[in-house]
Design a protein around this ligand. Sequence first.
Ligand code: APR
Length: 232
Amino acid sequence: MKKVVVLSGAGISAESGISTFRDSGGLWEQYRIEDVATYEGWQKNRRLVLDFYNQRRKQLADARPNAGHFELVRLEQAYEVHIITQNVDDLHERAGSTRVLHLHGELKKARSTRDPNYIVDLDGWEMTEEMTDPQGALLRPHIVWFGEAVPLIERAALLSEKADCYIVVGTSLAVYPAAGLIHYVPANVPKYVVDPHDVPANVPHVRYIKEPAGTGLKKVVDELISNRLVMS
Ligand code: APR
């Protein structure tokens, strides 16, 4: 089976009511990155950081996957689909996608500040300052903050190298190393960029679908399933 690799970002969850980061009215207009999404912010004010992610978790509890997420599930009928997502929500999984790699962590998990391999599922939306691992070390959100290493980037780069087709959807491609993944995709492989705004990918063999994820991905998936695309 041919492999379709998808790099998704906040825009695919926008139609589920989840705020993006850099659109007008996005999260980074309301919060300072250094306050809520860095290790320094966490050391300075844990309460503020926990509140920020508690709100994101609350918002996620009320959200449902949208047409864009479901289109990627439909694509699994015909292709081996691998989703590399920058999103920390679980909407790809809830829609039914089976191979999802969370590059920037997962909102519904927490991890130990002592042992990065101690990762637990959170029961509800709230993380409190008192939560610890069995050894008494503080738990932190299981999120890759700015300035931190991205542990899954190598796996994501390998997947990108092996793609027979690549879809970028709902990301401003502003944050590295995720934004650099498209450069691992072989030049002759067909690529789609689905986004209502201009997101120049600066790679060969790319088609821009300037639409929201729901309608844009429907076009791409229809085309891929009916095999109108000549796969190299
Ligand atoms: N459908 C598709 N794309 C959309 C939609 C929609 N309905 N609405 C907005 N977009 C697009 C925007 O045009 C923009 O290009 O989604 C993109 C969102 O970009 P960002 O807010 O920068 O989100 P993202 O690229 O996922 O951010 C990357 O930055 O803050 C960090 O860790 C955070 O994972 C995040 C990373």
